[in-house]
Design a protein around this ligand. Structure first.
Ligand code: ZN
Ligand code: ZN
Length: 134
C-alpha cells in the first residue's frame, strides 16, 4: 500500500527515504505532515536539544559569514547562516504551503468571501451613486 518515497531534508538539503514502514507509522499516528528532516538531522536535533543545543560553526555558502548550525557540517555540503537559511526556507515554505492544500483551500474560501464582500460594496456604492443622481 505504501511505497518508499524520497524526500529532501529541510535542514541539510539532502535526500532521504521516507520508507513505506515509516509512512504506515505516520498514518497510524495520524500525522498529516511528512518528515521534514533526514534521520541524521533529526537525531542531531534531538541530541542538540538534550545537550543544551550543541552548535557547530561553519562558513556560510551564500554570504561567507559565520554560520552556526545544529548539525555537524560536512565538507561536501554547503552550510548557510541563519539569515540565508531563513531566506531559502521562506521560498521553500511558500512552495510547501501551496502543496498543503487544506491551508490553500481555506485561503481560497477566505478570498472568495472577500471578493463577494467587495462586490456587494461596489453594488452598494453604485446604488448610492444612482440615488444621488436621481
Ligand atoms: Zn538532513
Ligand atoms: Zn549567509
Amino acid at each position: 500500500m505504501y511505497e518508499d518515497k524520497t524526500l529532501i531534508c529541510k535542514e541539510c538539503g539532502e535526500e532521504f527515504i521516507f520508507t513505506a514502514g515509516e509512512q504506515e507509522f505516520y498514518a497510524e499516528k495520524g500525522f498529516e505532515n511528512e518528515p521534514q528532516r533526514c534521520k541524521p538531522c533529526r537525531d542531531a536535533r534531538k541530541h542538540a536539544a538534550r545537550a543544551g543545543r550543541e552548535k557547530y560553526e561553519a562558513v556560510c555558502a551564500t554570504c561567507g559569514g559565520i554560520a552556526t548550525v545544529l548539525f555537524k557540517p560536512r565538507e561536501d555540503r554547503p552550510v548557510y547562516c541563519s539569515e540565508c537559511f531563513a531566506k531559502m526556507k521562506e521560498s521553500e515554505e511558500a512552495k510547501l504551503e501551496e502543496a498543503q492544500s487544506e491551508e490553500a483551500q481555506l485561503e481560497e474560501a477566505q478570498s472568495e468571501e472577500a471578493q463577494s464582500e467587495e462586490a456587494q460594496l461596489e453594488e452598494a456604492q453604485l446604488e448610492e451613486a444612482q440615488s444621488e443622481e436621481a
